[in-house]
Design a protein around this ligand. Structure first.
Ligand code: NDP
Length: 249
């Protein structure tokens, strides 16, 4: 079971892995873990100071020098994403993994009252940009020996839940996209697509969704990292088209 996987040291050595939303929360923990297991991490995010802090932590822990890719997924164009792919190929040569982790909660309210501007922002960051970035990076990912794309879903991504509006719809779309990519590519490439549902995790997003909850009752991002590392490693070569739920059952 991938949730109990104990990653061997250096299991990501030689791999270049891009993490979106790498400056905070789960993405930050994943970036630090990937570096700890030997990967060169490409830190993508919209707040330079947060990316710099993660960069410094990786350097301080002796990890391979990361790259910082400042990009706002809400406003980035498809052309910018294609340029990013060219930049990655030129600077680091190959790309073995992408963790699509950046996300926006939006508001918790009935669809009837959902602000259409916020709806569009949430869909853009959580879904549309996730799609276009994947598409732009596909040529690079397909030429990796054992490439891995990991999307981030949610418990509301497999069943719609009242009041979760654009967030739930964006995660449903992400799960569908992972499934379609899997079906369309499985005969022609070793590249694999999976979703992780981290479940209730101690981050700012969770606190915004559940303001009265005691954060100390939740798992921290660091507690989930063995599965995040496993899915990027060659140990997971046969795992395709799954939604992996990381919470204790
Ligand atoms: P946080 O809010 O702590 O972190 C979200 C990250 O996404 C931040 O690094 C943020 O950057 C980045 N981000 C947001 N908007 C953009 C944008 N426009 N462009 C680039 N980056 C952006 O959330 P979590 O760590 O909790 O969430 C990570 C993922 O896990 C999300 O996809 C979320 O939906 C999912 N998830 C989380 C759960 C939880 O309980 N925490 C449960 C289920 C799923 P910045 O800080 O610079 O704004």
């Amino acid at each position: 079971d991938i949730r109990n996987f104990i990653p061997p040291a250096d299991c990501l050595k030689g791999k270049n892995i891009l993490v979106t939303g790498a400056g905070d929360g789960i993405g930050k923990a994943a970036a630090l873990s990937y570096a700890k297991y030997g990967a060169t991490v490409l830190l993508l995010g919209k707040t330079a100071s947060k990316l710099e802090a993660v960069y410094d932590l990786i350097e301080a822990e002796g990890g391979a020098e990361p790259a910082m890719l400042l990009m706002n997924l809400e406003s980035a164009s498809y052309t910018e994403m294609q340029q990013l792919a060219i930049l990655i190929e030129r600077e680091v040569g190959h790309l073995d993994g992408v963790l699509h982790n950046a996300g926006l909660l939006g508001v918790l309210t009935p669809l009837e009252m959902y602000d259409p501007i916020i709806f569009e922002q949430v869909m853009k960051v959580n879904f549309n940009a996730t799609f276009t970035l994947t598409q732009a990076l596909l040529p690079l990912l397909k030429s990796a020996q054992s490439g891995s794309v990991v999307f981030t879903s949610s418990s509301v991504g497999s069943r719609p839940r009242a009041f979760w509006g654009a967030y739930a719809l964006s995660k449903l779309a992400v799960e569908g996209m992972s499934d379609i990519f899997t079906q369309e590519t499985q005969k022609t490439t070793t590249l694999r697509f999976n979703c992780i549902n981290p479940g209730a995790t101690r981050t700012q997003m969770r606190a915004a969704a559940y303001p009265s909850e005691n954060p100390n009752t939740l798992l921290a991002p660091e507690d989930l990292m063995s599965a995040y590392v496993a899915l990027m490693s060659d140990e997971a070569a046969g795992i395709k088209g799954q939604v992996i739920d990381l919470q204790p059952q």
